[in-house]
Ligand binder design. Structure first.
Ligand code: CTP
Ligand code: MG
Length: 219
């Protein structure tokens, strides 16, 4: 049984609005994609594939270890994941972890916990219970309050036995995460509660927040 990781890092980061693609933006002196690799190497994984924008493939060659590859990403996250999956071609007994480069504060310990849950159950995702009161809004008008009970925010890492992920990805559906493809197949998915620091760097203030947390850690 091999431990395999896929890093979707091929997005442009339109909401971050930086000249570089988001995964290639530096955070405390290290690019988001490098931080993802550092964390995954500490777990550790047997093999890693990173999906990056085509023009970044040459730069990746200087960063990757011998058991790691870079593939050209696709136009959507789901397609980037499929390309990386096809390049790695995991076996049915391998366990495959997907982790977005955009979540730089996830720890190796949290990732190992998600992996162990996937070994046990078949499919597991890092998630956090929602903390805010949720409003349904039409235009600017509040039309209702959504019951928060039982609602969790899904993050990455997400991990799956190879045979389950292969089946999930062979469905034609485009999804924003792989767990939803498994749910559609009726596969049981377990949540692994993690720190709220698993948040995804999406907007400029997310980057500022992540930078401040890392600076405080390094101080
Ligand atoms: N991703 C990818 N391939 C794509 C789109 C996204 O590999 N075609 C990756 C991103 O690099 C990121 C993760 O999927 O690590 C989550 O996506 P998101 O946070 O939406 O990143 P972007 O799509 O780059 O950002 P935006 O939606 O603001 O453009
Ligand atoms: Mg996106």
């Amino acid at each position: 049984m091999g431990w395999i990781a896929i890093v979707p890092a091929a997005g442009s980061g339109s909401r971050l609005a930086r000249p570089d693609p988001k995964a290639f933006v530096s955070l405390g002196g290290r690019m988001l994609v490098e931080r993802a690799l550092d964390m995954l190497r500490a777990v550790p994984f047997d093999r890693i594939a990173v999906a990056v924008p085509q023009e970044r493939l040459p730069a990746m060659a200087g960063i990757l270890h011998p058991n790691e590859i870079a593939v050209e990403g696709g136009p959507t996250r789901a397609q980037s994941v499929r390309r990386a999956f096809d390049a790695l071609d995991p076996g049915p007994g391998d366990v495959v972890c997907l982790h977005d480069a955009a979540r730089p504060l996830v720890s190796a310990e949290e990732t190992a916990r998600v992996m162990r849950a996937a070994v046990r159950v078949g499919a597991a995702i890092a998630a956090t219970p929602l903390v805010d009161t949720l409003k349904r809004v039409d235009g600017r008008r509040v039309t209702g309050t959504v019951d928060r009970e039982g609602l969790w925010a899904a993050a990455t890492p997400q991990a799956f036995r190879g045979e389950i992920l292969r089946r999930a990805l062979s469905a034609a559906a485009e999804a924003t995460d792989e767990a939803s493809l498994c749910e559609a197949l009726g596969v049981a998915v377990e949540v692994v509660p993690v720190s709220r620091l698993v948040f995804k760097v999406t907007t400029p203030e997310d980057l500022e927040l992540a930078e401040a947390i890392l600076a405080r850690r390094d101080a």
